[in-house]
Ligand binder design. Structure first.
Ligand SMILES: CC(C)(COP(=O)(O)OP(=O)(O)OC[C@H]1O[C@@H](n2cnc3c(N)ncnc32)[C@H](O)[C@@H]1OP(=O)(O)O)[C@@H](O)C(=O)NCCC(=O)NCCS
Length: 193
């Protein structure tokens, strides 16, 4: 490796480590075996918990004081994946959550045009968002599930143990354990052994 190449590698490693330290400080009790190279954004307070041996490259957002994101052990969260949480998102052990997925535990806006009119102005002024007029329901991804790239999972969905969601799916309903689903909206494809 050239001198410039080796310097570049050292600076990149230093930046990665600094990013991990900054994010780990936002996760109470973050184990030393876990690496967070993505971003923990506790913009409304709330809590993020992450277990052992995890690699977190995505963005985890808690919107309110009562928001809870809980990640088990041996979990991968790919880059450009976003967890948007007002209530609760639970990801159990051994889950693979691929690149560019979006988990929307909340709709973020009211379905009434009049009620969502002021949302942007409030956001720009840094005022409290009115979560009372927004639908939110917990998302749970059970142990050993594998979520393909660019999947969207909507509010209220539970992905069963060992299930697989095909790339590019939009999951609007619960997925039974050990099944493969895919499509928009995601449909049953087959049982898994
Ligand atoms: C569109 C949306 C607001 C509707 O919410 P809702 O009224 O609670 O909808 P429901 O969950 O009752 O679903 C109603 C039907 O539409 C289907 N559906 C809902 N959203 C869907 C989507 N994005 N893609 C495909 N089908 C969808 C559901 O499967 C259900 O089908 P069914 O009648 O055959 O059972 C919500 O599903 C959504 O997409 N939320 C995400 C909003 C968002 O992008 N927020 C980001 C921050 S700006």
């Amino acid at each position: 490796m050239t001198l410039i190449g080796s310097l570049y590698a050292r600076v990149s490693k230093f930046r990665q480590q600094a990013k991990h330290r900054m994010n780990a400080a936002r996760v109470p009790g973050c184990p030393s075996s876990t690496r967070i190279y993505g971003l923990i954004d506790r913009r409304g307070g709330g809590e993020v918990r992450i277990g052992e041996n995890c690699l977190i490259l995505g963005l985890l957002v808690t919107e309110a004081e009562g928001s809870r994101i809980s990640v088990g052990n041996n979990v991968f969260i790919g880059s450009n994946t976003v967890l948007e949480c007002h209530g609760s998102i639970t990801i159990e052990d051994d889950v693979q959550l691929s690149y560019e997925c979006t988990l929307l535990e909340t709709d973020s806006h009211s379905q009434s045009m009049n009620m969502r009119e002021g949302d942007l102005g409030k956001h720009m002024r840094g005022d409290q968002h009115d979560w009372g007029i927004v639908a939110s329901k917990p998302i749970v991804i059970k142990r050993g599930a594998w979520i393909g790239t660019r999947t969207i999972i909507l509010k209220g969905v539970t992905i069963g143990e060992g299930a697989i969601v095909g790339a590019g799916s939009v999951v609007t309903k619960d997925v039974p354990p050990h099944t493969l689903v895919a499509g928009n909206p995601a449909c049953f494809i087959k049982n898994l052994a």
